[in-house]
Design a protein around this ligand. Sequence first.
Ligand SMILES: [Zn+2]
Length: 393
Amino acid sequence: IDTCAKIGIRLICESTVNQFPSYLYNNQYICNALISMWGKAGLVKNAQQIFESVDQPDVITYNAMINAYGKNRMGLEAVDLYRKMPNSLRNEISYICILNACSHSGLLDEAYSIFNEISHKTQQVITTMVDCLSRLFLFDEAKQLIEDYEKCNAPYSVMYMALLSGARNSRQSQLSQEIHKRMQLLFPNEKNHLISASILLCNISSALGDHEEAQALRLDRIKEFGNKVKVGLSWTEVNGEVEQFTAHDQSHPRSKEIYAEAQRISAELIKYGDVHDASWITRPLGEHETVESVLCSHSERLAIAFNFIEGRKPSFIQITKNLRVCGDCHQATKLIAKIRQVEIVLTKPTKPVIVSPIQKILSSCSSNRHSIFDSDATRFLFNNIKIKRKYRQ
Ligand SMILES: [Zn+2]
């Protein structure tokens, strides 16, 4: 179940759970894991059903359900359940889950009210609140929280990353530079966070059209840390096969059709009144590129287009992404779902990207070496796909 949750692909979750004997549902550990899995796969109703079947929900049951609501932007339902949860059961994870749920649904008042009620505010709880305030662009309040925390504690880099991420989304160049400088000063040995911070700063310069500054920052970063950039990848499962796409990917055998479909979708979006947001392009345009051609070649857009050519009229599309989804793709996905009347779930796995040799078998894009799946998960997934093929026969 944990592996299914990490992969987050709905059909794999369903075909696995369908094989469970019914007595497993009497086991609370299993139920807790299932609630978490359905939440990650975007099937909140299934999570709710399991939750309601548990006689005496424990702290893990509640936390899993609150998190399932939060991940699916059902903040009000999460708050409602948190209020029903016995006070004595709540722990640090409950606070983190509910604050995250409020944050992702923009419920500022609820977040503040819950945060103020928490008597023992740990580092992680405060970081979650900093993230919540930063996502809502309340930077003065977020900075104040960090300042108060640092009166009695050592600075914590994740708080600054949350602040910087919010500054990137609101394109606050000066604030971002301030945060980046402070991070360099406070966390000189935290290489991974400094790389991420530099990438965010770079993205802000690009978003504001200052490609020279972005290039200078990129070169500084490469000089200091080497050229280690994570490749953005999207996965989608259609007819029992997992396909993988990178941005501007042309390695798929049906690449021409995929790009033609992506263009058709783009034309529909424009007709609907959508304006492509060039600020999400993080490099200068090439000679034959346009804002539209670059954004429509993002890996998630190609994966969505593939679903339409392969599945014709899909009623459900799930895309799993290893990195964050850009603002333009986020907006476009919502509109595509509306225009084409299809449910689209964008899932981000909790596992890091690692290389997997079995990827060649799983995906026709054999030139891509990266996979979200670790070896156990890959074996599991591979077995599962074989099972589904057996069903179809
Ligand atoms: Zn994008």
